[in-house]
Write a protein that binds this ligand. Structure first.
Ligand SMILES: NC(=O)c1ccc[n+]([C@@H]2O[C@H](COP(=O)([O-])OP(=O)(O)OC[C@H]3O[C@@H](n4cnc5c(N)ncnc54)[C@H](O)[C@@H]3O)[C@@H](O)[C@H]2O)c1
Length: 255
């Protein structure tokens, strides 16, 4: 199936890392015809990623953006509209993983985790829904949750709380906007080999082997596996899909 995103404008947050899910998603959507706006708290790198896409012949822009900052969302939305005139697709991808057993998680850790992974999705959806609603032509919002937003895993309590929050927040707002044809869905990656996993696992080969052994497909996923799912949900092929959750995990949570 060739997904068609021609004439669509997509905003992807947390897209600074060349090997991350945000950039893989942006590239996939660009290949299918979308015009791309990338943001990240890491300004230098996100500007480089926009150049990467431009060099591939795609239309892409980027700007610095802290997703926890409400005023920054206004600026970003204004820039997207100034640049492309509209917004059709919003991918709330930026996130961090504050891992550790509950006894070691301080209140400051907890607050930071929820702010970056959950408050940000609230702010982004509010800004995106408002814009799409004004346009009156529907739209698609995809929020990055995780398998950790579906099942319990020791050492992920704060992260799981943020991602579980994203899951049900997504369903609630999907219902609020279904009649306007603005679709909101969550994507739940399993173990995908990005900087986030590289930092969590570091050079611990033993842990890497333990993790991959627990995955039915016996390997971690690639960022493109998530990009393909998001591009599909962004497209009109997914026009009857809203308030739903999509697991991309090599079979992990089927066990
Ligand atoms: N990699 C996985 O296995 C996996 C699994 C499940 C869910 N996820 C989720 O997918 C998303 C992307 O993860 P990734 O693996 O590509 O991670 P990553 O660390 O490679 O990329 C995350 C990006 O978010 C940016 N970011 C962090 N805080 C920000 C802020 N306040 N404002 C703006 N940008 C900010 C970082 O600079 C980084 O570029 C995250 O929400 C993550 O929780 C990843």
């Amino acid at each position: 199936m060739m997904i068609d995103l021609n004439d669509k404008v997509a905003l992807v947050t947390g897209a600074a890392s060349a090997g991350g899910l945000g950039f893989a998603t942006a590239k996939k959507m660009a290949e299918q015809g979308a015009r791309i706006f990338l943001t990240d708290i890491d300004e230098t790198s996100v500007l480089e990623r926009a150049e990467d896409l431009q060099k591939m012949g795609f239309e892409a822009r980027a700007m610095a953006h802290d997703v926890t900052d409400e005023a920054a969302w206004k600026d970003v939305m204004g820039s997207v509209i100034n640049t492309y005139g509209k917004l059709d697709i919003l991918v709330n991808n930026a996130g961090i993983a504050v891992l550790g057993m509950i006894k070691d998680i301080t209140k400051a850790d907890w607050d930071k985790q929820l702010k970056v992974n959950l408050d940000s999705v609230y702010l982004g959806c509010k800004a995106g829904l408002d814009q799409m609603s004004q346009q009156g032509n529907g739209g698609s919002i995809i929020n990055l949750s995780s398998v950790a937003g579906l099942i319990g895993v020791p050492g992920t309590a704060a992260y799981a709380a943020s991602k579980g929050g994203v899951r049900l927040f997504t369903k609630s707002i999907a219902l609020e906007y279904a009649a306007e044809n603005i679709r909101v869905n969550s994507v739940h990656p399993g173990m995908i080999w990005t900087d986030m996993q590289k930092v969590a696992i570091a050079d611990n080969k033993e842990q890497y082997d333990l993790i991959t052994a627990a995955i039915p497909m016996k390997r971690m996923g690639e960022p493109e596996d998530i990009g393909s799912m998001i591009a599909f949900l962004a497209s009109d092929d997914a026009k009857y899909i809203t308030g739903a959750e999509f697991v991309v995990d090599g079979g992990m949570v089927a066990q």
